[in-house]
Design a protein around this ligand. Structure first.
Ligand code: DUC
Ligand code: ZN
Ligand code: ZN
Ligand code: ZN
Length: 463
């Protein structure tokens, strides 16, 4: 089975060139000068004239079917990966969540049971550690053997996911020993819980209080502490969902010092702000995620961080909860609003607006959305690049397309969009997942079960 993608501008993390891409079965067979391949021996021709051709997006931070406060995030692996495909994301890395008192390996089994056979595009897992003990530490090795090479820990949510500095230190020692990566949710949860309790005691219960009780200084402090613990132990550290200028400054300083510290941000921190959380009535609940949306001035710092590579990845932290029956749980008590926002479908498009606005280059768009996440999480060059032998995960993108984001038209299984009414320049035209056309001409041709589990290598950036 051969597919020829003809006449497009082929993008990579290092530049752009007009070229044809030949796909044979599941892989890229060749990228060559236009017209070099005849169309005789080809089954399907995709005309990409006037369009970009780029490696499929990799969203390294999603939560499908994630348990949270007695409910589950609203996208299943099936609906969530279908929405990802619609938006040009052909790989997700989701999180298996260890519950206190359970083992990492049984947790991994549970997440395989949720995802295997259900995904429309390829997927991998990170492991969330919330119970550090001798068994857990030993099991980290088995996780790595099973292709799960990165471990998320929490400095927030005391009593639930929270780990003490000592527990973090122990896991970091194991990460150093094994070459695996510690991913950190860096917010000072002990201080935050006091601020939350005080707000509730004072009768301040609206969604905006979620933001006001999680100030950016407490993200900065936790980020610095995580970096120090990583320095002491030598562990590679990846800060997830970085939202605040204070945290970015800490990351930049560590990187200048040559430490293996990396960070991602998310589209919501680039485009939304605490003004959204402060919308009247209960509307702000739609924007409750942790860390919270910040004051608008942080956005310019984050865009700068993306240019300087102090922020090297953009993931969504896609964690959708319906406004009607799920966010409702927190009416009258902001602390009970499920934490998370939908976004897996719109990451590529929203980042393309950064290109349109002159914030980032085309090459940087590809780098932060595909090539770097592939290297960061041990998937390169199978993913993240269009080169002979790579998986044929390919997006044909129309830079002149227009669209308006709306819950009426999106494909995520959630009843609102955080970006409702956003008018975008650029639109996904055609998407291939391992050589198969899954989106074309505004129609979906994918299927649950096409997506395969990705056994990942270690981070490919370590000093
Ligand atoms: N952190 C995440 O990464 N996702 C959902 C909630 C949270 O605190
Ligand atoms: Zn988190
Ligand atoms: Zn998350
Ligand atoms: Zn619902």
């Amino acid at each position: 089975m051969r597919t020829l993608i003809r006449g497009g501008t082929v993008l990579s993390a290092s530049g752009a060139a007009t070229a044809d891409v030949l796909v044979e079965d599941e892989r890229v067979a060749a990228v060559a000068a236009p017209g070099l391949f005849g169309e005789e021996a080809v089954d399907t021709v995709v005309d990409a004239t006037g369009k970009y051709v780029l490696p499929g997006g990799i969203d390294a931070h999603t939560h499908m079917e994630m348990p949270f406060g007695g409910t589950f995030s609203a996208d299943t692996f099936e609906t969530g990966t279908r929405a990802a495909a619609w938006g040009g994301t052909t790989t997700i890395i989701d999180f298996a969540v260890q519950k206190k008192g359970t083992s990492l390996l049984s947790t991994l089994d549970t997440w395989h049971a949720k995802a295997d056979g259900d995904c429309a595009v390829d997927y991998g897992f990170h492991m969330i550690i919330s119970d550090v003990n001798d068994t857990t530490l030993k099991e980290m090795e088995s996780c790595i053997g099973g292709g799960v090479t990165s471990f998320k820990m929490f400095m927030a949510y005391p009593g639930v996911f929270y780990s003490t500095d000592g527990e973090i230190l122990r896991a970091m020692h194991k990460a150093t020993e094994t070459g695996s990566t510690i991913m950190m949710h860096a917010e000072n949860g002990i201080a935050i819980d006091e601020l939350v309790a005080k707000a509730l005691a004072d009768g301040r219960t609206d969604p905006v209080q979620h933001g006001l009780t999680r100030p950016p200084e407490l993200e900065g402090e936790a980020t610095s502490r995580a970096i120090t613990l990583a320095q002491v132990t030598g562990a590679p550290l990846y800060i997830v969902h970085l939202s605040a200028a204070q945290a970015l400054a800490a990351v930049a300083q560590a990187r200048d010092g040559g430490q293996n510290v990396f960070a991602e941000t998310c589209p919501q921190y680039l485009y939304l702000s605490i003004e959204d959380l402060a919308k009247p009535g209960f509307e702000g609940a739609k924007y409750v995620a942790s860390p919270p949306l910040r004051e608008q001035h942080h956005q310019a710092d984050l865009w700068r961080g993306l240019r300087t590579n102090d922020l090297s990845v953009v993931s969504t932290d896609h964690c959708p909860f319906c406004f009607k029956d799920q966010k409702e749980l927190g009416r009258g008590d902001f602390a009970k609003i499920p934490n998370g926002m939908p976004g897996v479908e719109h990451r590529m498009d929203l980042l393309h607006q950064g290109v349109v606005a002159g914030e980032i280059s085309l090459a940087r768009w590809v780098e932060i959305s595909s090539t770097t996440p592939a290297r960061m999480f041990g998937l390169y060059p199978r993913k993240g690049v269009l080169a002979p032998g790579s998986d044929a995960d390919i997006v044909v993108y129309d830079p002149a397309g227009r669209q308006t984001i709306s819950a009426q038209t999106h494909h995520m299984n959630v009843d609102y969009s955080a970006y409702e009414g956003f008018q975008l320049t650029g639109k996904v035209d055609t998407v291939l997942s391992r050589g198969r056309i899954v989106v074309a001409g505004g129609e979906y041709h994918g299927s649950a079960g096409h997506g395969r589990f990705l056994s990942r290598d270690l981070c490919q950036y370590l000093n």
